[in-house]
Write a new protein. Structure first.
Length: 255
């Protein structure tokens, strides 16, 4: 675990790495994911005062969204990287309580948070089962969780070719593992987290997409973004076929 902690201590702040939308690839891939996660947050946060936890919060991008839009919500962020949390306080001006801790050992009592968010975290952690158990333990009602499941057309084909050529064959450089969608949903269910809403984004993916985004820039990224949105609205089944799966889970009582 110390090896991974060092990697994330030295990493670029999350908001600069992934949410700088002057970068064409970020505009298409990460903006689509951000929009979906925020729409799920809106679905699960009630008008009543609640406790909200962001596990693997990075430099507090979604915590800032909570603070700006839900004044009645008490929010806490947890991350393994103290440097990310320092950036959250100094640059993002996050006011939420921030705690350095591992997702596999959260320093909270059982059922402490009505809503828990865990976005793009589990693929970076060696012990996924322990992480899901901890998320379920501290969650009182709803969990929003996202991870790459690579269900978009062509992407697994491309990664399989990469493996045969001796390359990593993974979507993310720091990913320890990537799940098939059904495999990940089964893991959630096995850890008392019942998926009640499942969507994946973005749908449009093809070989050399990154090169084209780099060559054609933001106009091409915006065209892909709009086209993807139109197709998924017209053909709802495409909303389950994307690179990243975002799920709202309801915590189940242990039998």
């Amino acid at each position: 675990m110390e090896k991974f902690k060092k990697i994330y201590e030295e990493a670029k702040p999350v908001s600069l790495e992934y949410y700088s939308y002057d970068v064409p690839a970020n505009y298409y891939f990460n903006r689509k994911r951000e929009k979906l996660i925020k729409s799920f947050i809106r679905k699960v946060i009630s008008l009543n005062s609640i406790n909200f936890l962001d596990v693997g919060c990075g430099d507090g991008y979604y915590l800032k969204f909570i603070e700006q839009n839900y004044k009645h919500v008490f929010s806490i962020g947890v991350d393994i990287s103290s440097s990310q949390l320092k950036h959250a306080k100094r640059k993002i001006k996050v006011k939420s309580n921030l705690i350095v801790a591992s997702a596999t050992n959260l320093p909270f009592k059982d059922s402490s948070f009505e809503v828990v968010l865990c976005s793009e975290v589990v693929e970076h952690i060696p012990d996924v089962t322990s992480t899901l158990k901890e998320l379920a333990r501290v969650c009182k009602s709803k969990l929003i969780i996202s991870t790459p499941t690579l269900t978009a057309p062509f992407i697994r084909f491309e990664l399989n070719i990469a493996k045969k050529l001796g390359r990593p064959g993974k979507w993310g450089k720091t990913h320890i593992r990537e799940f098939k969608q059904n495999e990940f949903l089964s893991l959630l269910i096995n850890n008392n987290l019942r998926p009640i809403l499942i969507k994946a984004t973005p749908f449009i993916y093809f070989p050399l997409i990154f090169k084209l985004l780099s060559l054609l820039g933001l106009p091409f990224a915006k065209l892909l973004y709009v086209t993807d949105s139109i197709f998924t609205q017209l053909l709802p089944f495409l909303q389950r076929l994307g690179i990243v799966t975002v799920t709202i889970c309801k915590k189940q009582s242990k039998v």
